[in-house]
Design a protein around this ligand. Structure first.
Ligand code: SF4
Length: 308
């Protein structure tokens, strides 16, 4: 997420991370000082937000003040905690990247929000630690990734794309995009192939590091499995074209808003299963029919299945 991915993935899907989106400073650092105004600055999560529901895009990126959100989700807290622990594990000197360090790392940046009670939260902590223990056993502590939570960016004819990648590995002459997942469902190669975000990360990473990057991997910590896909130059270009098409739709909606179109008409609702996990469900007319979910939905099953 991405970036601070605000998509309501739900407890069984990809876990959105509570990570702040990178700001202008990083953009400038990446060489976009002279970015022409016509380029649409975006992250994969921003584009996906519009594709999923234009109204949610408006709530997130346009309406100010931002409409009130529902309570934080426990599955987001769990995902963010695991991601941060892995980032900090890679931040240790190689000799200290040992399983014994994990409990301290996880505890130091554990996110407590959204759990039903202390008992559920403690069970989630034990589960997360077990996932991490198994996962780091599969890593060579002496191998330095090319990037960890690294922002990559690229310009196209109409876009200034940027996004933060969980990890970028170098394997042979190529780079590999690694995305950690902590949702309940095991992922398949189709999930890796169908992820626009991963394709855009690969496109941007190749340009930032001037190395080929075609392989994208989803590392699912609860099952210890990896779902991978090898993109071609053509499939990466198609992902960029789709991103540009979404950006044009967003720009059209924003132009309509500026010219006086009713905001609700310019950014219609797209009710669906994601509404139950949408931060704006309470304030959105489109979300009223969706079943209400507790902030700890799915955690008990997830944790019970995975607890040691
Ligand atoms: S509640 Fe549903 S329709 Fe409303 S903004 Fe969220 S996802 Fe869109």
């Amino acid at each position: 997420m991405t970036t601070w991915d605000s998509r309501p993935a739900g407890p069984g899907g990809s876990t959105a991370r509570a990570v702040p989106e990178q700001g202008a400073a990083e953009f400038e650092q990446l060489g976009f000082e002279g970015m022409p105004e016509r380029l649409f600055a975006c992250t994969p999560s921003k584009l996906a937000s519009f594709d999923d529901c234009p109204r949610r895009y408006r709530f997130t990126y346009i309406d100010r003040p931002t409409p009130p959100k529902g309570p934080p989700w426990a599955f987001n807290s769990l995902g963010a905690s695991v991601h941060t622990a892995l980032r900090n594990w890679h931040g240790l000197p190689p000799a200290k990247r040992r399983p014994e360090a994990l409990a301290t790392l996880l505890k130091a940046t554990w996110v407590s929000e959204g759990y039903r009670d202390g008992e559920q939260e403690r069970a989630a902590f034990r589960t997360a630690l077990a996932w991490l223990d198994t996962y780091v056993a599969s890593l060579d502590p002496l191998v330095e990734p090319v990037g960890v939570e690294r922002v990559v960016a690229a310009k196209t004819a109409t876009l200034a794309l940027s996004g933060r990648v969980d990890r970028i590995d170098r394997r042979g002459a190529e780079l590999v995009i690694v995305d950690y997942k902590t949702g309940r469902s095991e992922l398949t190669p189709d999930d890796a192939r169908g992820s626009s975000a991963l394709a855009l990360y690969a496109y941007a990473a190749a340009r930032v590091f001037r190395r080929p990057c075609h392989r994208v991997e989803l590392h699912h910590l609860p099952t210890g499995t990896v779902a991978a896909h090898e993109h071609t130059e053509a499939s990466l270009e198609r992902a960029v074209s789709r991103a540009e098409a979404t950006a044009r739709d967003i720009q059209r909606a924003e132009a309509a808003l500026r010219s006086g179109t009713d905001p609700d008409e310019a950014f219609p609702t797209a009710p669906g299963s994601l509404c139950s996990y949408c931060d704006f469900r309470k304030v959105c007319p489109g979300g009223q029919a969706a079943p209400v979910k507790e902030s700890w939905t799915g955690i008990d099953t997830h944790v019970a299945e995975d607890s040691p």
